[in-house]
Ligand binder design. Structure first.
Ligand code: ATP
Ligand code: MG
Length: 139
């Protein structure tokens, strides 16, 4: 059975990523996994205690992003598995896809930062470059 991975970051384009991934699963069958990576990030100058608070906030935000994504997928008539990872988003996506034997990755051309002057965001460009499986970039 084929495995489809939808990468979401809570941006508007994530909804289109989910819709296209759902279409693929509906037309070709298979399993859908929705992934969000919490960035392992602590701004320079923060103390370890502050960083723990930032991490705590980001983990809560991750849960909201995944829950909302699963809700949207369900509303389109598909059950998906939600996964949260921590680290560098692109590297985690590529490693997850490899470890889980993902057949196709769906990702947005841009995300939350959305600088339209670049053709691809930093996460999507790295995933296109390093993933071992086909990557469908949603615009
Ligand atoms: N933390 C993340 N977890 C999972 N998928 C992500 C994450 N960040 C981005 N993505 C995926 O990559 C796509 C492109 O986002 P990306 O971060 O590359 O662009 P951006 O936010 O516009 O620019 P920037 O490079 O400044 O972050 C998103 O639509 C989403 O599919
Ligand atoms: Mg981004």
């Amino acid at each position: 059975m084929s495995k489809v991975l939808a990468c979401v970051d809570g941006s508007e384009i994530s909804d289109r990523v989910l819709a296209k991934a759902v279409d693929r699963v509906k037309s070709e069958g298979g399993e859908l996994v929705v992934l969000y990576v919490v960035e392992d990030f602590c701004p320079v100058g923060l103390t370890e205690i502050d960083c723990d608070m930032v991490r705590d906030f980001m983990r809560k935000e991750a849960k909201v992003i995944i829950d909302q994504a699963l809700e949207k997928v369900r509303a389109m008539g598909v059950e998906a598995k939600g996964v949260i990872r921590e680290g560098r988003p692109a590297d985690e996506i590529v490693a997850f896809a490899k470890d889980e034997g993902i057949d196709e990755i769906f990702i947005g051309s841009h995300g939350r930062h959305g600088a339209k002057k670049v053709l691809l965001g930093s996460v999507s460009s790295r995933v296109v470059e390093y993933a071992a499986c086909p990557v469908t970039v949603i615009k």
